[in-house]
Design a protein around this ligand. Sequence first.
Ligand code: IMP
Length: 432
Amino acid sequence: MTNVVVVGSQWGDEGKGKIVDWLSERADIVVRFQGGHNAGHTLVIDGVSYKLSLLPSGIVRGGKISVIGNGVVLDPHALVAEIDKLAGQGVKVTPENLRIADNATLILSVHRELDGLREDAASNSGTKIGTTRRGIGPAYEDKVGRRAIRVMDLADMETLPGKVDRILTHHNALRRGLGEKEVSHEAIMQELTSVAERVLPFRETVWELLDKERRKGARILFEGAQGSLLDIDHGTYPFVTSSNTVAGQASAGSGMGPGALGYILGITKAYTTRVGEGPFPTELKDEIGQFLGEKGHEFGTVTGRKRRCGWFDAALVRQSVATNGITGIALTKLDVLDGLDELKICVGYKLDGVQIDHLPASQGAQARVEPVYVTLEGWKESTVGARKWADLPAQAIKYVRQVEELIGAPVALLSTSPEREDTILVTDPFED
Ligand code: IMP
């Protein structure tokens, strides 16, 4: 028995929801360790659909502890709204089943506004990132700038006013530069005090809780958000999110030492998608891209934006296997490829006429690379709902084996429809 870290191995939206749900049923504790309410997934349990952005997936199941770790940036108003929405669906969120790290950074209205103001300004100059406008980047900036307000600060009325002054000195200078109205001390104090009583009952010394539970033998699931190619260090910078999304962050973002992380499961879509701006070497702007988008329902859960679609990029996923230390992958949405005459997999790139085997870090080079493909025969049969290898057409198995070989990691789970049971289980990550 081991703990499990789930990460996206591409640009997010790999179908983590279904797999995390399956795993969270078997976990005692589910931990978010990075990102914020920029993430989004829908869980369907007994025919009821629950939309989560900030809360860990374990929250909709009884008898589990859900944890928001210190690596998360937490919008307290978004948290309260999500808790209230779940209450309307009959899910009770209490300090029994939710714990929030007292050292997690808060997202304030000034962060959300700054995110939007910058994106609007960048639209005119063509340098837009295409963020979710939730204030994620600006909140992490303040964390690293050592002026953030954290969960525990809501309980300390002695020091909070000084912290608000400090953060506002910074933000009002930025706002003046952008031609925006300044924000008053009273407005931010009101924003924080109005929500403090709702947030503080959940505060927890998370590293200690995890240490105790781990020693008792609890199964801990770390639920990553976004994907490895959106990682602030390892992703396609600057078109990335502002947190480390790779598996190592499960440790830093929760306070559980890396030796206890266990199995690293990389959720991997059988083709590639991306939302927002940035390089995408295998993007298909033709009818095949359209086919993948429509068949795969590729629209953002949080912003509703249409996702860009393209062929599977094995060079990128191979990189994610390395940067995350992926033990095995969960391959999702294979069925979306059913019916295509032929399939391409990117195995490397050509950069200025020279063949390379990984995406270079430079933004200019990333924009210039051309994918090098291998072509495989497609299959006409439906793979929807396959639950064992024998249910799959030979060409589909060949595709999966080729993916495994090219990325250097085995398939642990293969998902063949949004239904939980439509999964081929090769290795149970908790039992590995
Ligand atoms: P931010 O995280 O809102 O700052 O957005 C930065 C980039 O990450 C943008 O390209 C977003 O589209 C992308 N992004 C953020 N969260 C997600 C997610 O959950 N899935 C896919 N892309 C995401």
